[in-house]
Design a binder for this molecule. Structure first.
Ligand code: 76R
Length: 227
């Protein structure tokens, strides 16, 4: 076995968005997911709605090699990866002062959350424009913005769980945003509401959005007609 490559804090996170081929082997997909689970490694499966993909996997855990092995096994099972995102779990610098019972679930989340079967993923960055440049603001101002953001976010408690994973230097945007919600319109509501919050209104830039339904990998493949 190759020696594990792990972040010093937190876990690796790999979002894979796939499409089946005519020769996709559903049982091999199930086996790939099962093999990637265990010893802190988790894989959340979801059916994707819309043309961008058919099935999505959110894999996370300490060893990047193990995430890579999942990608290879899914490809070997006949899935084409049509989009992906690489990031690491993190505690936001503005949440660093929170007690461990608040920060620990950010670094080592247990997924998927109960009762939140609607999922969306999108990558985002904070703007670095000539006028509005997040990174040229003093810390206190950024902290104020993020306190406002957190206060708006907390009004969605119980309906939406956010998983913010950092990707500066790792992938094309600065964070992966994964939202788990009770109902699909909770996703729309939280993202729309955030658009008015200055941290997003002035400073957020977004990549493509992927939406789906969380279920066991067997169920996702059955619902796609693959088994
Ligand atoms: O971790 C915490 O709960 C503390 C408060 C908090 C932080 C620090 C928080 C709460 N967020 C934080 C950080 Mn968030 N969040 C987003 C988006 O679509 C958009 O406009 C933006 C995408 C949504 C929908 C959302 C929802 N958040 C961040 C960061 C990191 C910034 C950094 O470190 O510089 C990003 C990129 C980001 C983006 N946020 C919440 C929510 C919700 C629903 C909450 C309340 C969560 C809760 O109470 O558990």
């Amino acid at each position: 076995m190759t020696e594990a490559l792990s972040p010093t804090t937190g876990w690796g996170v790999l979002h894979l968005f796939c499409k089946p081929r005519p020769d996709t082997d559903a049982e091999a997909v199930v086996a790939a997911v099962k093999a990637a689970q265990g010893e802190d490694h988790q894989v959340v499966s979801f059916a994707v709605v819309g043309h961008k993909a058919d099935v999505g996997f959110l894999a996370l855990g300490p060893d990047l090699w193990r995430l890579r092995a999942l990608q290879s096994a899914l490809q070997g099972a006949g899935l084409d990866v049509v989009y992906s995102y690489v990031s690491l779990t993190e505690v936001s610098e503005y949440a660093a002062g929170m007690p461990p019972e608040r920060t620990e679930p950010r670094l080592h989340p247990r997924l998927p959350p109960d009762g939140k079967r609607a999922i969306c993923f999108y990558p985002m960055s904070k703007r670095r424009g000539e006028g509005d440049n997040w990174y040229s603001l003093p810390y206190d101002e950024r902290e104020q913005f993020m306190q406002g953001h957190g206060a708006v976010g907390r009004t969605f408690a119980g309906r939406v769980l956010q998983l913010i994973t950092g990707s500066t230097g790792l992938d094309d945007f600065e964070w992966g945003v994964t939202l788990f919600a009770v109902a699909p319109d909770d996703l729309k509501d939280v993202v729309y509401t955030m658009r008015f919050d200055p941290a997003s209104a002035r400073y957020a830039e977004f990549g493509p959005f992927y939406t789906g339904m969380v279920a066991d990998v067997e169920e996702v493949l059955s619902r796609l007609g693959l088994r």
